[in-house]
Design a protein around this ligand. Structure first.
Ligand SMILES: [Zn+2]
Length: 285
């Protein structure tokens, strides 16, 4: 016991190491994305996601999509799927492990196993200035899950149907013309667009605070593969007080989709290939 006590501080003071050093990976070539973005681009779709609701939209590989704050501060919950295979979907946990708890320009949104490849790359973030605030908070997290009716029921005993989980389920079902039950299986942990979050220093609990987003702010993505994108305008509004209810002031989110008519391969861009691991897992057959 005494020995444990004595080396307690020295054990606590061991320097951490980064779990997944990403130096071996090529950095996102933001200059190339900006070059592609700068010429022969046309807007092919513009839509508005109503408050406490969600929409899905298609973005082809080599295209761009921009999520814009309009009318008032509003947080969005984002899901991505391969347009050819709904089981290839955004992997929030691995994106967090690779890039950090919050993502911004130059970071990728990675797909689930066994694919594990970039689905989209953030190329512009007007909230990039925010950094990490004195509470440890930052914007665009990949630590939250999505507000959902099951946790709402668990904690309050009440039913609420317009959480991001349900909004995304309805939107995917409508977009893919599938049943709600099937769509729900494909809804996954999100990128919390514009949301300001962190972990409390004393208890390590997930916290949220009023989003710094203001109308005109936007987050823009380059689509690395053909995508179905789902975006929910969270019932929490700016997430300054509560979510999973009709209490917060909520605003719509605007989406613009752009396509390029250039030969992107000629410009130096290549679609990421699925992960090359052979999936034998050390098994005998
Ligand atoms: Zn939500």
């Amino acid at each position: 016991m005494t020995r444990l006590h004595e080396d307690r501080e020295s054990r606590r003071n061991i320097e951490p190491v980064i779990c997944y050093p990403v130096q071996s990976q090529p950095k996102a070539d933001l200059d190339l994305y900006k070059k592609i973005r700068g010429a022969n681009i046309s807007k092919v779709q513009e839509l508005r996601v109503p408050p406490r609701d969600a929409r899905c939209f298609y973005v082809p590989k080599g295209g761009f999509f921009r999520i814009i704050s309009v009318e008032g501060p509003q947080v969005g919950d984002l899901n991505l799927w391969s347009a050819h295979n709904l089981s290839e979907r955004f992997y929030s946990g691995k994106t967090r492990a690779l890039h950090g708890s919050h993502i911004t320009s130059g970071h990728r949104m990675w797909s689930s196993f066994p694919y594990l490849r970039p689905m989209a790359t953030i190329i512009e973030d007007t909230l990039g200035w925010y950094g990490i605030d004195p509470f440890g908070g930052s914007v665009h997290d990949v630590i939250g899950t999505r507000c959902d009716p099951y946790t709402k029921k668990l904690l309050s005993g009440e039913q609420y149907h317009y959480c991001c989980h349900s909004n995304l389920t309805r939107a995917l079902a409508q977009f893919c013309e599938i049943r709600l039950e099937e769509a729900e299986r494909h809804v996954h942990d999100v990128l919390n667009v514009f949301m300001c979050t962190g972990f409390t220093r004393d208890t390590g609990q997930y916290f949220m605070k009023a989003s710094p987003v203001r109308p005109g702010d936007y987050l823009e993505f380059f689509s690395e593969i053909d995508l179905i994108v789902g975006l929910s305008a969270c019932p929490g509004g700016d997430c300054s007080t509560e979510h999973s209810s009709d209490a917060a002031a909520c605003f719509p989110l605007q989406v613009q989709v752009f396509e390029s008519s250039q030969d992107l391969v000629e410009m130096g861009w290549h679609e990421p290939i699925p992960n090359a691991y052979d999936q034998s897992h050390g098994g005998l057959c």
